[in-house]
Design a protein around this ligand. Sequence first.
Ligand code: FE2
Ligand code: FE2
Length: 121
Amino acid sequence: MSIIQAAEDLIREKLDKEVVEHALRVRNYALKIAEDENFEDKELIELAALLHDIGYIKGYQYHERNGAPFARQFLNGKGYDLMKTGKIVNCIMKHDSKSNPEAAEENRRATIARAPAYRRC
Ligand SMILES: [Fe+2]
Ligand SMILES: [Fe+2]
């Protein structure tokens, strides 16, 4: 089984249907952006997107902080590259723009800039 499939199975097993569907949509958007930006490591992007809300296992509050170590444990357990795991964990830790005003502004600008790409998804 690929690590992507394992991550997808994990979120389907652990998270509510609505959160799973959200994560799958985020995966599709992230892959589209990765394509537009010529980002080579699509697997890393896909894993970060699929796992970004894994912290919902413990509820919404602090889900980025709770999700980061959970994702690290999962990826380590699969023997995934440690450097890449660190990048994914960092993405998860920092993804909640509501608790990070700088990230919120950055996300707002990126969303406006990429609106045409989103519409193609
Ligand atoms: Fe989130
Ligand atoms: Fe999310």
